[in-house]
Design a binder for this molecule. Structure first.
Ligand code: HEC
Length: 165
């Protein structure tokens, strides 16, 4: 912390301004990042919005997927970041399958609306399990135990509710 005495020199004063400017820039950058993280949610196109969230989850899980296969070294921080993305994104997904969004540029099957309770519960469970994994994954070993079950939830739902590509 700079004491009041050090502010009297011109150089210091300049330095403090520089710091303030930098802090401002950081806040602005953080705001932009936060905006980008929410992608298009809330802009009235649920099909595009849900696809963006699915893509985000897929992208976040790419590295952990490689770690599981032994193609990348285990990185706890990266795994936790991915789990956070899955927990947050999947919690938003039930709201992005409103009535009427079963037609158009979508691979979702009509069954998603017919078996709504089961469909929604899968997102809720995925979010809950990703949150739990944030606590239970502490090293490579627990990662290998917990992660495959979590990833299995993606494929299990796709098998029932998504058109095969
Ligand atoms: C409760 C069911 C469900 C779960 C759980 C689920 N998905 Fe999906 N996913 C879908 C449906 C339905 C679609 C098709 C969405 C559409 O086209 O409107 C989809 C589409 C996708 C897509 C393609 C998006 C695009 O651009 O068209 C990706 C990637 C994806 N999911 C990844 C994942 C990953 C990764 C997980 C697990 C972390 C996951 N999904 C979990 C139901 C699910």
């Amino acid at each position: 912390m700079t004491g009041t005495g050090t502010v009297s020199t011109g150089g210091r004063r300049h330095g403090r301004h520089g710091l303030l400017r930098m802090a401002g820039a950081l806040v602005a950058a953080a705001a932009i990042t936060a905006g980008a993280a929410t992608v298009a949610v809330g802009q009235g196109d649920p099909i595009a919005e849900r696809k963006a969230l699915f893509k985000q989850m897929g992208a976040a899980l790419r590295e952990p997927g490689k770690m599981l296969k032994g193609e990348a070294t285990f990185d706890l921080a990266a795994v936790k970041a991915a789990l956070e993305t899955v927990a947050t994104s999947s919690a938003k997904l039930p709201a992005l399958f409103p009535d009427g969004s079963d037609t158009g540029d979508t691979a979702a099957l009509a069954k998603a609306w017919e078996d709504r309770a089961d469909f929604n519960a899968r997102f809720v469970n995925l979010s809950k399990d990703a949150r739990a994994a944030l606590a239970s994954v502490t090293d490579a070993e627990s990662f290998r135990t917990v992660m495959p079950k979590l990833l299995g939830q993606c494929g299990a739902c796709h098998k029932i509710y998504r058109k095969p590509s």
